[in-house]
Design a protein around this ligand. Structure first.
Ligand SMILES: C[S@@+](CC[C@H](N)C(=O)[O-])C[C@H]1O[C@@H](n2cnc3c(N)ncnc32)[C@H](O)[C@@H]1O
Length: 314
């Protein structure tokens, strides 16, 4: 298998993670193993990398490309939400750094055959983990018009969500919608033509993104993961999130603020009673973006947002 993906903001991530020999890191989304390999190069000879991905293609590829580092690597085909179990299996209670580079790899978009791209004609699957239950086809063919509209509006931030949802329901009454190309055509038909032509992106971009987020429960998983993950860091350890979607970035930003323990007492209280603790310090006051030079080489990086926090106390 040829697995294509270029790691995003690699230098920035490696610098923020303060990788040094002997330290232990978790790559929650190993993908093409670009970040993992760079981490391993810094932590040898006695450091440890724990790599996770819910896509078995990524784990198969990482097993192959990280063979030279096998003695320093543990790979898990799993959802990163299960990090607590993974660390307990390894008898590890604390690590020095965690990275989660969210979203899709180029391999998944271009070669997985799972309908992530509206430019291809593939079964409408969109599961990152082929063992999970719900596919995009299930949602498109069975969800109510109201639910489809909600998914498309909330996750895709698509202005024409209602029209698209209703058109999907009308088309599927004549037979199931099975492929990415069929869905892309339905979306195209639903959006008023004068608006389709004004769009800078493909008319189906937002709907495909929304379905993928729903199928893989991406936002729910991220939201409940962040504070748990920080709990596994040593004091001084750092956590990096790279997101590609404004809703993901908003979740990371909000959870990081929670970890900074801002007092939530009403302003007229004479003293603080909420007992909020400052567990971490946010290092990325402003979101970190890829340089124009990186975007030129790797256009997939253009919407990436990096946020970093450092654990202060246990
Ligand atoms: C953008 S790629 C990561 C690329 C990687 N950093 C590299 O250097 O090649 C995102 C990866 O995260 C995986 N992924 C997304 N959500 C996940 C989750 N909740 N648990 C585990 N893996 C996940 C995807 O399957 C995909 O392989």
């Amino acid at each position: 298998m040829i697995y294509r993906h270029t790691p995003v903001m690699l230098n920035e991530v490696i610098a923020y993670l303060k990788c040094e020999p002997g330290k232990c890191y978790v790559d929650c989304t190993i993908g093409g193993a670009g970040h993992s390999r760079a981490i391993l190069d810094k932590i040898l000879p006695d450091g440890l990398l724990i790599g996770i991905d819910q896509d078995s293609d990524a784990i198969e590829n990482a097993t192959h490309v990280l063979k030279p580092y096998a003695a320093n690597t543990h790979l898990f085909h799993d959802n990163y939400i299960n990090l607590p179990n993974i660390l307990s299996q390894l008898n590890i209670s604390r690590v020095d750094g965690i990275i989660a580079d969210l979203g899709l790899s180029l391999h998944q978009i271009e070669s997985s055959g799972r309908g992530f791209s509206f430019l291809r004609d593939e079964p409408l699957d969109m599961r990152m983990n082929a063992e999970s239950e719900i596919t995009a086809q299930d949602i498109v063919n069975n969800a109510s018009a109201g639910h489809l509209e909600k998914v498309i509006r909330e996750y895709g931030e698509e202005r024409w969500a209602r029209k698209i949802a209703r058109h999907i329901v009308a088309v599927r009454a004549g037979g199931s919608i099975r492929t990415s190309r069929e869905l892309a055509q339905i979306v195209y038909e639903a959006i008023p033509k004068r608006f389709v032509h004004k769009r800078k992106i493909h008319p189906a971009t937002k709907v495909f993104m929304a379905l993928r987020i729903a199928v893989n429960k991406e936002l729910e998983v991220l939201d409940s993961f962040i504070s748990d993950a920080v709990g596994f860091l040593n004091p001084g350890g750092r956590i990096c999130f790279i997101s590609f979607h404004s809703l993901e970035d908003r979740i990371v930003k909000r959870r990081f603020l929670d970890l900074e323990g801002k007092c939530t007492c009403p302003p007229d209280f004479p003293k603080c009673v909420c007992n909020s603790r400052k567990i971490a310090r946010v290092l990325s006051r402003k979101v970190i973006r890829p340089t124009p030079a990186e975007i030129k080489i790797n256009p997939m990086a253009r919407s990436a947002c990096l946020r970093v926090a450092e654990k202060l106390i246990d």
